[in-house]
Design a protein around this ligand. Structure first.
Ligand code: C2E
Ligand code: MG
Ligand code: MG
Length: 402
């Protein structure tokens, strides 16, 4: 069996040696250098299969190293390492992919040995060095950068659309686009499983663009002139990228949509990850007219301060409270409190996870603005959502049961 070779470039010997130890335990042959010149010599003479590259070094920065590797048309799988934060790591990963380099993933320092092992495990699988030996419990970790890339390239992602209605008169107000992955062997992989992996591997930006491609076109083709809005879920890491704002605005211009027909939903947890850096992008987005929603409110590391500080225009009550509203007075109290907060901050409040008529009535009485959930309609493929909307609007104005 051909031994895999991993070459490490890092200015910190402790980090380099730790990576070597972990990689060797996974069956890799390793070389470590702190010197970029020596690194390039090794690339040419030792023919490594994998490279682990520190982004920030005194003599040469990692971005330059990547640019030079791209010039050399390097075919190695690359693990980008650094302590500079996800935002920069993601940008570097994207820029490297755009230059044609093969990115195995990013390793944010300080890292857990298990994270590196995952990336190296992936590398070994990619190299066909044996059958996958992941247990069911590890299945989530078995989604690799290669899987995601292949799924993007072979168009295995698609979006479904779930309607949002107004609680008081039940009129249709818009749709939320939700991403699905139709895997040829594993079946439909839910977004909760692959979105965090895509975020970790630096592929979330590309995935978000794909969601834009799929959902904006559908929405514009049928609802550009309607008083309806399209909600898309955005990872906070996407928000860090300036290009994301322009991408939305350009799409609106090209497709004849008004920016205020678009709502970007951010999960509360991810929005809080780097609130300072988020602020500029989100403010710019709002200034262009796009709406901003805080998703899953009530879960994660909630911070009321951030809620006020970031320019949100909608609050989405997490479905865990809404689903249990029928039998839990605590959940009903939380919903009332969030609706009250939304109204005093001048924000629209939406409840997701409405599964029965009583809950919808309760939300209406509470003064919640919008509702979304299986009772109203399940997420549907574009043509089905369109047929549903026509039937719904043309009917009695009451919800059509799924
Ligand atoms: P979310 O944005 O909070 O989406 C709502 C989730 O609740 C969806 O799950 C939807 O199918 C589900 N849901 C809606 N109504 C009901 C109901 O009445 N009962 C129950 N039990 N569930 C209901 P889904 O599609 O599995 O999405 C899960 C999460 O994955 C989303 O939560 C969102 O955070 C993320 N996600 C989905 N699509 C994307 C995407 O394109 N980009 C990003 N970054 N994240 C996405
Ligand atoms: Mg959402
Ligand atoms: Mg949600």
């Amino acid at each position: 069996m051909d031994t895999r070779r991993l070459l490490i470039l890092d200015d910190d010997p402790a980090v380099g040696q730790t990576i070597e130890l972990i990689a060797r335990a996974s069956g890799f042959e390793t070389r470590f250098t702190q010197d970029p010149a020596e690194f390039f010599q090794f690339v040419l003479q030792w023919s490594p299969h994998y490279l682990a590259i520190d982004l920030v070094m005194p003599q040469m920065d990692g971005v330059e190293v990547l640019a030079k590797l791209a010039e050399m048309q390097c075919q190695c799988k690359i693990i980008i390492t650094s302590g500079v934060g996800h935002r920069i790591l993601d940008a570097a990963g994207r820029s490297a992919s755009e230059r044609g380099l093969k990115i195995a993933g990013v390793l944010s320092k300080p890292f857990m040995p298990s994270t590196l092992r995952e990336l190296l495990g992936e590398a070994r699988n990619d190299a066909n060095l044996g059958a996958r030996s992941y247990s069911a419990a590890n299945d989530q970790q078995a989604i690799t950068a290669t899987d995601l890339r292949e799924a993007l390239d072979t168009h295995r992602f698609f979006t479904v659309f779930q309607p949002k209605i107004q609680c008081n008169d039940r009129t249709l107000k818009g749709f939320e686009a939700l991403l699905r992955w139709d895997h040829p062997e594993r079946g439909l992989i839910p977004p909760d499983r692959f979105i965090p992996v895509a975020e970790k591997l630096g592929l979330i930006g590309e995935l978000t663009e794909r969601v834009f491609d799929l959902s904006f076109d559908w929405f514009a083709a049928h609802f550009a002139q309607a008083d309806l809005r399209l909600s898309v879920n955005i990872s906070a890491r996407t928000v860090m990228n300036e290009a994301f704002v322009e991408s939305i605005i350009n799409r609106c211009q090209r497709l004849g949509l008004r920016p205020d027909q678009i709502i970007c939903e951010l999960t509360e947890t991810s929005a809080m990850e780097d609130p300072v850096a988020s602020l500029d992008s989100l403010t710019r987005l709002r200034m262009r007219g796009v709406h901003l929603s805080i998703d899953d409110l009530g879960t994660g590391f909630s911070s009321l301060l951030q809620l006020v500080r970031l320019p949100f225009s909608e609050l989405k009550v997490d479905k865990s409270f809404v689903i249990s509203a029928g039998h839990s007075s605590e959940s009903r109290q939380v919903i009332k409190a969030i609706v009250g907060l939304g109204s005093s901050l001048g924000l629209i409040t939406t409840a997701e996870g409405v599964e029965d008529a009583d809950t919808l009535r309760f939300l209406q009485e509470t003064g919640c603005n919008l509702a979304q959930g299986f009772y109203i309609a399940r997420p549907m493929l574009g043509p089905d959502a369109l047929a549903w909307a026509r039937k719904y609007q043309g009917g009695t104005g009451r919800p059509v049961k799924p």
